[in-house]
Each structure stands twice: as C-alpha cells, then as structure tokens.
Design a protein around this ligand. Structure first.
Ligand SMILES: [Cu+2]
Length: 147
C-alpha cells in the first residue's frame, strides 16, 4: 500500500509533461544549455522554434524543475556596452523559424538546483498561447562547441 502511494505522485507529474496533440505545427529543436562554472547562479540556453502552421504562435513562459525561474532575454549593445533586455513573450509568424543564439535572443535560467556538467540532460517546459505545452530535453554543452 505504501509503495502505491509513493508511485502515484510521480505518475501524475509525468502525465503533465505530454506535449499537446494539437501542436504539430510547432517544433522545438537544438535546445542546449551552455555549461557554466559550478558557482554560476544563472545559465543560458539556446534553441530553434519553427512555426509551420498558418497562424502566429506566442511563446509566453518557460519553466523547469531544475531552475527557480526562466526569462526570455535578448543581448543588445547600449552605449557600446553589451546588456540584456527581458521580453515577456515571443511571437513567431506563420512559416517562420526563430533562433535563440549566443549574442542574441537566449533563455536566462536562474538559480540552478545543482551544477550541470556537459552531457547532462535537463527538461524545460515551454508554454505557448492557447494552452499548448511542450516538455523538451536540453543538453548541457561546453561553450566552445557553439556554432
Ligand atoms: Cu540574459
């Protein structure tokens, strides 16, 4: 009996990660997190989102069991200095691919629960408008592997 009670919450958690069946027009690929020193309190992630549908899609929120908070940022230069601006959401037009890449748009991942090493996998959950959700596995990569 006690074993069943322990397994049940895990099953409920996993069922929440299934991607919505109505979201075949959205694909998320090449999701990776840049390896950071163990003391780092923020990590950066990059990915590609393709909208192959006929309507705009809107990425509204990202979360993960491995971080306290995730924000959408863009690196920009202001007065000759690199800084970052936060975006509350990203709209992707029909038949368009949107790339998050170093020096441009990225995900800022705050307060890692444990330091990640290259090769580790971490789940991020992407929330789009209209209650569309995806859980995607990110791979931690060393920065020099970036293209
Ligand atoms: Cu940032």
């Amino acid at each position: 009996m006690s074993i069943i009670l322990r397994i049940l919450p895990v099953l409920v958690l996993l069922s929440g990660f299934h991607p919505a069946a109505s979201a075949d027009h959205i694909s998320i690929s090449n999701l990776w997190i840049s390896e950071a020193p163990p003391v780092a309190r923020v990590h950066a992630a990059y990915l590609t989102i393709t909208n192959s549908g006929s309507d705009e899609i809107v990425l509204q929120q990202i979360d993960s069991p491995a971080y306290s908070r995730i924000e959408i940022h863009r690196s920009i230069i202001v007065n000759h200095r690199m800084t970052m601006e936060a975006h509350s959401q990203i709209s992707i037009f029909p038949d368009t691919t949107f790339r998050f890449s170093p020096g441009d748009y990225h995900l800022m991942l705050f307060d890692p629960i444990k330091p990640g090493r290259a090769g580790d996998k971490i789940n991020l959950i992407f929330h789009f408008k209209d209650d569309i959700q995806f859980s995607v596995s990110a791979t931690i990569r060393k920065r020099e592997n970036m293209q």
